[in-house]
Design a protein around this ligand. Structure first.
Ligand SMILES: [Zn+2]
Length: 279
């Protein structure tokens, strides 16, 4: 059965990194003066009232990414954390710019602009915390950081008997990889998505490690994959959808061997691969 909800890709590491990079220039140095919200469930913690009290007069000092979260370091010891989930879109625009009904949380800024969180599916979340570990503490290593080595990957997969594809989506195992980049990484590593993780040789682990980094770097370079709802903060599309090897290419010829790309559902998620090239 075609399950639209299960299939919908959410922004992953490269998409969130692209959003972070685009928001730094317009946001850093500005002060939040007010918050508007018409969907209180957008606010994960604290309550909307408390968030308003604490965030007003905070200045944005830095913006970075952790896994699929945007992390805004604010003055007064506050950290604003946003997860875009399936359809979240952030943009800094003039307060006078027209807003549609899908804009649910708005941070007013001291320069006449505002940071708007538009979210058609409304699964996105906003958190304001003193200690970022409250939200980010359980996440696995960042796959593009220097300390993510093949040995780290090996250790994290040790003894895991589950198929590799759903394991790659586990944010506590590795942070930031989702459905698109897991399928792509397994293709470049020449590994079948159903292979149990504890069957890999050292060489295969190294190939997987290299492939994860390769596809994430490519995704960042291409500014994300605009396959469903993801667009950049300025509304334009990323380009990674034009550079995928297997994701949503079901029936199309494999770029390596020419045989059709196959699709199966694994762990509830659509999975695309070449059964000839991936073992
Ligand atoms: Zn192939």
């Amino acid at each position: 059965m075609f399950n639209k909800k299960a299939q919908e890709p959410m922004p992953e590491l490269p998409e969130v990194e692209t959003v972070v990079r685009a928001l730094r220039q317009p946001l850093i140095g500005l002060t939040i003066t007010a918050v508007r919200n018409d969907w209180p469930r957008h606010i994960g913690t604290p309550t909307l009232d408390e968030l308003r009290l604490r965030i007003c007069n905070c200045r944005v000092e830095a913006i970075h990414r952790r896994a699929k979260y945007l992390v805004f370091s604010l003055t007064q010891g506050e950290t604003l954390i946003i997860h875009l989930k399936m359809s979240g879109h952030l943009a800094v625009v003039d307060a006078s710019a027209p807003a549609d009904k899908h804009v649910h949380t708005v941070f007013e800024l001291d320069n006449g602009q505002e940071l708007r969180f538009r979210d058609i599916r409304k699964f996105g979340r906003v958190y304001l915390v003193h200690d970022p570990a409250q939200i980010l503490g359980k996440l696995g290593p960042e796959p593009l950081e220097a300390d993510f080595s093949p040995d780290v990957l090996q250790n994290r997969l040790n003894g895991r008997t589950r198929a590799i594809k759903p394991l790659l989506l586990d944010q506590q195992l590795i942070a930031g990889v989702g459905n698109i980049y897991a399928d792509e990484a397994l293709f470049y590593a020449r590994l079948h998505p159903t292979r149990p993780a504890n069957t890999f040789s050292k060489k295969e682990i190294s190939a997987l490690h290299a492939a994860i980094q390769k596809v994430l770097r490519l995704g960042i370079e291409r500014e994300g994959a605009s396959i469903e709802l993801y667009v950049k903060p300025d509304g334009s599309k990323g380009d990674m959808q034009n550079a995928v090897a297997v994701f949503r290419r079901t029936g199309d010829p494999c770029y390596e061997c020419g045989r059709p790309i196959e699709r199966i559902v694994l762990g509830g998620r659509s999975t695309h691969f070449c059964s000839h090239c991936q073992k």
